[in-house]
Design a protein around this ligand. Structure first.
Ligand SMILES: Cc1cc2nc3c(=O)[nH]c(=O)nc-3n(C[C@H](O)[C@H](O)[C@H](O)COP(=O)(O)O)c2cc1C
Length: 451
C-alpha cells in the first residue's frame, strides 16, 4: 500500500482564483467570498471530506500586461478583488477540529516582527493547525505596493526571504525558552524573565530587537510551504520548506522537480524525505466516464481564454494578447519567425493536450484531470510514483468541487490507502509528518533555539 498522500483544498479569498470564468456558473458561490458563513461551511465540508488543510493562495499585486494593462484582469475578477486569508482562520478553526489552515504571505508584504506575532497568535488560537506558504512576490505590481518603484530581482527576492526567515526563526524558536512560562499564581510569576531573550537582529533589511511578544505556540514555527520554481526558489525550498508546490504538466516533469529540490535539501543538511512535493490539480469527477466528460465540457463553456491569458501575461511578464487565442501552436511557430525566446521556449515545452495558444495558457495555469473516481485515483498513483507526496486540489466550482470530492473520491482514495482514514492527533505538523509538533533538529530553524 502506498503511504497516505496529503490532500489540500486549494482556494483563495477571491472570486476567480485559477479556473477563470467559472465564477459565472449558476451552481457556484464564488461571488459570496465576502460571506464568512460560506467559508465556515466550506471548512466543515473539506474536513468531512478528509482534507489535511484548507489552503489559501494569495497575491498582493494585480496581474498586468495583457493588452498592455490590467483591464481584463479587473473586469474578469482574476484574483482581484481579494481579501486577506489570515483573517478568516480563527473563525474557521473554531468551526472545525482537525483541519489545518495554510495561508500565503509574501516576504514583501509584512514586516517580519508583525508577521511572526500574527502567526503565533493564529497558532495558539487554532491549537497548532497553521501553515505558512512562503512566497517572495514576483509581480512588479506587488513590489510597487510596498515601497519599491520596480520589481525586485530574483536573487534579491530570495536574499530578502533568507533574512526574513532568520528574523522569524529567531522570534519563534529562540526568543522564549521552553519553560519560560510558569503561570505561577502563588508566586506571582507568569513568565521567568531570565528565559525570555532579545533577538537583537541587525541585518541588511531589518533591525529587530525583540523579544517576541507572543509566548511559544504549539508548533512555534508554523508548517512551512513554499512555491518557488526558479533555481533560487528550489534552493530556498531545499533549505526551508516542509512542503513545496509544483504545477507541472505530467509526472515525468514532476520527477525532475522532485530530484532537484531533494538534492538541495540534502546539501542543506536535511534528509531528502523532509520535503513533500504537492502538485496542483483541478479534478473533474463523475460516476461514469461520460458524466465526467459531460461535466468537463460544461465547465469549459464557462472558461475564459481572455482571463487565462491575462493571468499568464502577469505571471510571465509578457503580453499574451499579441497572438490570437484560437491560433494553433504549430501555426504560431510557423508564422512568427521573430517570436521572443520566452514564447518559443513555452511552446516547445507546452503541456500535452495544448493545441492552441489559448489552450496553452489554460494548461499552464491549471492541470486538469477528468474521469471516474478510479481513473482519477489511478492518475494520482502515477504522480505518487514520480515522487509527489500530495495534491493541491484546486477549486473549479465552489463548493461543488469539494462536495464531489467527498462523495466520489474520498471513499475510493481511502479504500486504496491513498488518503488517511482519520486525522492523527496533535498539531498540523504531527498530523502531516507523524513526527513532533516542532521542526526537527536538522532544520535550519533549530540553530536559533539557543540564542
Ligand atoms: C503551485 C503554485 C502556487 C503558487 N501560489 C502563489 C501564491 O499564492 N501567491 C504568490 O504570490 N505566488 C504564488 N506562486 C508563485 C511562486 O511563489 C513563485 O514566485 C513563482 O513560482 C516563480 O518562482 P520564483 O519565485 O522562484 O521565481 C505559486 C506558484 C506555484 C507553482
Amino acid at each position: 500500500m502506498p503511504r497516505p498522500l496529503q490532500f489540500h483544498a486549494f482556494t483563495m479569498n477571491c472570486v476567480s482564483f485559477i479556473n477563470h470564468g467559472l465564477w459565472r456558473h449558476p451552481e457556484g458561490r464564488h461571488v459570496d467570498y465576502t460571506d464568512l458563513g460560506g467559508w465556515v461551511d466550506l471548512a466543515r465540508l473539506v474536513e468531512r471530506a478528509g482534507f489535511d488543510t484548507l489552503f489559501f493562495a494569495d497575491t498582493v499585486g494585480v496581474y498586468e500586461g495583457y493588452q498592455g494593462g490590467r483591464e481584463t484582469t479587473v473586469r474578469e475578477a482574476v484574483q482581484i478583488p481579494n481579501g486577506d486569508p489570515s483573517v478568516l482562520i480563527p473563525a474557521l478553526a473554531h468551526a472545525t477540529e482537525d483541519l489545518g489552515f495554510a495561508f500565503t504571505s509574501s516576504v514583501q508584504q509584512a514586516h517580519p516582527f508583525e508577521f511572526a506575532r500574527r502567526v503565533s497568535t493564529l497558532d495558539h488560537l487554532t491549537g497548532g493547525r497553521v501553515a505558512w506558504n512562503i512566497v517572495t512576490s514576483f509581480q512588479p505590481s506587488a513590489a510597487r505596493n510596498f515601497n519599491s518603484d520596480t520589481a525586485i530581482a530574483l536573487q534579491d527576492r530570495y536574499a530578502w526571504a533568507e533574512e526574513y526567515m532568520e528574523v522569524v526563526y529567531k522570534l519563534w524558536e529562540g526568543s522564549w525558552e521552553d519553560g519560560a512560562v510558569l503561570r505561577d499564581a502563588e508566586r506571582g510569576i507568569y513568565t521567568d524573565p531570565a528565559r525570555v531573550h532579545s533577538i537583537d537582529h541587525r541585518g541588511e533589511r531589518y533591525k529587530v530587537a525583540g523579544p517576541h511578544l507572543a509566548e511559544p505556540s504549539p508548533q512555534r514555527t508554523p508548517v512551512l510551504f513554499q512555491a518557488g520554481s526558479s533555481e533560487a526558489g528550489r534552493t530556498f525550498a531545499g533549505r526551508h520548506a516542509e512542503g513545496t508546490f509544483i504545477i507541472v504538466p505530467d509526472p515525468s516533469s514532476a520527477e525532475v522537480a522532485v530530484s532537484k529540490v531533494r538534492e538541495r535539501a540534502v546539501a542543506a543538511g536535511r534528509a531528502a524525505g523532509d520535503v513533500t512535493f504537492v502538485q496542483g490539480l483541478s479534478l473533474v469527477v463523475g460516476s461514469t466516464e461520460e458524466e465526467a466528460h459531460r461535466l468537463n465540457a460544461e465547465f469549459e463553456e464557462y472558461l475564459s481564454d481572455d482571463a487565462f491569458l491575462a493571468h499568464v501575461s502577469g505571471n510571465v511578464g509578457k503580453d499574451f494578447s499579441v497572438i490570437d487565442p484560437a491560433t494553433p501552436l504549430t501555426e504560431v511557430i510557423k508564422n512568427d519567425v521573430n517570436m521572443e525566446g520566452v514564447f518559443r521556449a513555452m511552446i516547445e515545452g507546452a503541456p500535452p493536450g495544448a493545441r492552441t495558444w489559448g489552450d496553452m495558457a489554460k494548461l499552464l495555469v491549471s492541470t486538469r484531470v477528468v474521469g471516474t473516481p478510479d481513473q482519477i485515483a489511478d492518475q494520482l498513483e502515477r504522480w505518487a510514483a514520480a515522487g509527489v507526496g500530495g495534491f493541491n486540489v484546486t477549486v473549479v466550482i465552489t463548493p461543488g468541487t469539494f462536495e464531489d470530492f467527498a462523495e466520489h473520491l474520498t471513499p475510493v482514495l481511502r479504500a486504496r490507502g491513498l488518503m488517511r482514514d482519520r486525522y492523527a492527533p496533535g498539531t498540523l505538523r504531527e498530523k502531516l509528518s507523524g513526527a513532533g509538533a516542532r521542526l526537527p533538529e536538522r532544520h535550519p530553524a533549530a540553530r536559533f533555539r539557543k540564542l
